[in-house]
Design a protein around this ligand. Structure first.
Ligand code: NAI
Length: 328
């Protein structure tokens, strides 16, 4: 049998962590043949809560779970990590300026990037979930110069999944009927969910919808502001759906996209589609044998171009801001 894959999860005692860990343990992250060893990172005050979750993981008697270790030190937590899910982050609190938010997250993602650089396995794959996810990923990546830059990714799969669900509802089809959905740009309110290349049962999705007002005034804002709508309804931010998207992101990265389909991942730009090189921006990607490639050659209409440019401009501003703070 295969040796266990080391999966490091930060923010393990948080609400996404609680929804995520059991699915990893059950084999849904990497597949039904791959045993996993969990390495949980928390801040010292939350270690006890993480220990409680580890007790419940034990009680799940998951055949694929080879063990759970808990750390409050990033160097130890990332030692030997093959997959790292960076979920813990500093949320924006009332009255907090953007600079303070970025600085607080720099204090988390810089040491984690250094720890990944120092001790992670050669095949390390990193997914940043904690917000502002794209820029936190950039900070971590810039402190891991020995790790190939493309191993650092950020999560827009939840936005992708939300877009699939909204479009399926509109057209009276199931999400399984939809292929080639794309999220472009930042995981923020400026993100652009693009249906112009999507296909529904083999037909172009934008043509099937044939309603630009719905697209501009309903679909795009509903997807982009869904996180706020969940907070309003649930009194807490998306957790199970975010965990589910994190599972999807890594599972697709490792196991590949289906023929004739792609997914959305925020990855370091190689300059494709005019996105400045190095920005961690969401693109349509195909994956195979544990590697992803940005889908090339898509034609972008004016409607799409304007929205992608606006979201990418926001990412450039965030990069300038963290540069100004000396965080990258
Ligand atoms: P939460 O507040 O319930 O949990 C966060 C956990 O991270 C806490 O247990 C905290 O102790 C821990 N933590 C803080 N600093 C840490 C550090 N330096 N090292 C290790 N652990 C640390 O938050 P929740 O709901 O689990 O969300 C986590 C993050 O995910 C938030 O930043 C949230 O905005 C983000 N998010 C991102 C989504 C996306 O689509 N990219 C979707 C939903 C949430």
């Amino acid at each position: 049998t295969q040796a266990p894959v080391n999966v490091t999860v930060t923010g393990a005692a948080g609400q996404i962590g609680y929804a995520l860990l059991f699915r990893i343990a059950s084999g849904q992250l990497l597949g039904p043949d791959t045993p996993v060893k969990l390495r949980l990172l928390e801040i010292p005050q939350a270690v006890k809560a993480a220990e409680g979750t580890a007790m419940e993981l034990e009680d799940g008697a998951f055949p694929l779970l080879a063990g759970t270790d808990i750390f409050d030190n990033p160097k130890q937590a990332f030692e030997g990590a093959n997959v790292a899910l960076l979920v813990g982050a500093r949320p924006r609190t009332k009255g907090m300026e953007r600079g303070d938010l970025l600085e607080a997250n720099g204090g988390i993602f810089k040491p984690q990037g250094e720890a990944i650089n120092a001790g992670a396995a050669d095949d390390i794959k990193v997914l940043v979930v904690g917000n502002p996810a794209n820029t936190n990923a950039l900070i971590a990546q810039s402190h891991a110069p020995d790790v190939p830059a493309e191993r650092f990714t950020a999560m827009t799969r939840l936005d992708h999944n939300r877009a699939l669900a909204q479009l399926a509802k509109k057209l009276g089809v199931t999400v399984a009927d939809i292929k080639k959905m794309t999220i472009w740009g930042n995981h923020s309110a400026t993100q652009y969910p693009d249906i112009f290349h999507a296909e529904v049962a083999g037909k172009n999705a934008a043509e099937a919808v044939n309603d630009e007002t719905w697209l501009a005034e309903d679909f795009i804002p509903t997807v982009a502001k869904r996180g706020a709508a969940i907070i309003e309804a649930r009194g807490a931010s998306s957790a199970a759906s975010a965990a589910s998207a994190a599972i999807d992101h890594v599972h697709t990265w490792v196991n590949g996209t289906a023929e004739g389909d792609w997914t959305s991942m925020a990855v370091p730009s190689d300059g494709s589609y005019g996105v400045p090189e190095g920005l961690i921006s969401s693109f349509p990607v195909t994956t195979r044998n544990g590697k992803y490639e940005i889908v090339q050659g898509l034609e972008l209409n004016e409607f799409s171009r304007t929205r992608i440019d606006a979201s990418v401009a926001e990412l450039s501003e965030e990069r300038d801001a963290v540069r100004g703070l000396g965080l990258i």
